[in-house]
Design a protein around this ligand. Structure first.
Ligand SMILES: N[C@H](CCC[C@H](N)C(=O)O)C(=O)O
Length: 296
């Protein structure tokens, strides 16, 4: 089967986008794993399917590079807005998007007929550990020392905050993101039994009161160059702990691949703003085995 796709990214968080308005892909998780391979595939952080919805204008299904399905994707939502507007699937410059993490509203900035910037109402940041989910004795884990098991079996402590943005995040502060042990520590935290559904992990450096930098280890995809839900978890944590930013104002949250802006509003309602970029369109032949597996 040949699959048409569009390669898009938000601050370097790149996905393969497929129009599934008429028909959902068979075995999308496996296709995500296949196309995501950096050297043997198209190369991406995962696969995003644009589907019809009976609750919103469109529906997003997003798959990580390891085939697992994600509940919400901030950068993906912005790119979907660009996709549907630029391709004429909608004429509205504000759309609603159904995700496994709830219905999100996206406002677009259009220049010369194309979307250049999109702002997403990301919903509420939630710190109840039962909702993250996190296996933790307290109702919340805000700036708490958490013990994880190292590869040698010995425990080590990371101070952090567990936040759900529809998907789980663990936010920790570091002196310098360049030298932060993103892969070594990120992988351990991602797969620790402390997070029964695994977690995304953000390493944050304060630059000044209006600007922070972060690197992210994503559940199911490894280190990515940006993460929209992660940026919101970072923005929320910075404002709540008084480390940077002000409630009701945008904070610059800089990812490895570019600048995102995050606002923590009334009732912890989060807003994410940033660019969305189309790289190229293509067509790929999918091996029959991939598709056959879906019939089992
Ligand atoms: N990159 C995405 C999040 C992917 C989430 C995924 N890694 C998971 O929670 O399983 C974002 O922009 O929000």
């Amino acid at each position: 089967m040949k699959m048409k796709f569009t390669k898009m990214h938000g601050c370097g968080n790149d996905y393969v986008y497929v129009d599934c308005m008429d028909r959902m892909l068979p075995n999308p998780g496996k296709i995500s794993e296949f196309v995501s391979r950096r050297r043997f595939g198209i190369g991406s952080d995962g696969l995003i399917c644009i589907c019809p919805s009976d609750k919103a204008d469109f529906r997003m299904r997003m798959f990580n590079a390891d085939a697992s399905e994600g509940k919400m994707c901030g950068n993906g939502s912005r790119c979907i807005a660009k996709y549907v507007y630029d391709k004429g699937l909608t004429r509205k410059d504000t759309i609603t998007l159904e995700t496994l993490g709830g219905i999100k509203t996206i406002h677009m900035t259009v220049e010369q007929g194309k979307v250049v910037l999109a702002e997403v109402d990301m919903g509420q940041a939630v710190v109840r550990t039962a909702d993250v989910p996190m296996d933790w004795p307290e109702e919340t884990c805000v700036d708490q020392p958490v013990v994880f098991a190292g590869p040698d079996g010995k425990g080590f402590t990371v101070r952090g905050t567990a936040v759900s943005m529809g998907n789980p995040h663990f936010v920790t502060f570091v002196e310098d993101v360049e030298t932060a042990p993103v892969e070594a520590v990120g992988r351990i935290i991602e797969t620790s039994p402390v997070f029964p559904e695994r977690t995304n992990v953000e390493f944050v450096q304060i630059v000044d009161e209006n600007h922070v930098k972060f690197r992210v280890w994503e559940r199911g995809s490894g280190e990515t160059w940006a993460c929209g839900t992660g940026a919101c978890a970072v923005g929320y944590t910075c404002v709540t702990l008084g480390k940077a930013g002000k409630r009701g104002e945008f904070l610059k949250v800089e990812a490895k691949g570019g600048m995102l802006q995050v606002r923590t509003g009334e009732g912890d309602a989060m807003t994410l703003k940033g660019p969305a970029t189309t790289v190229y369109e293509g067509e790929i032949e999918l091996p029959e085995e991939l598709l056959e597996e879906s019939l089992k």
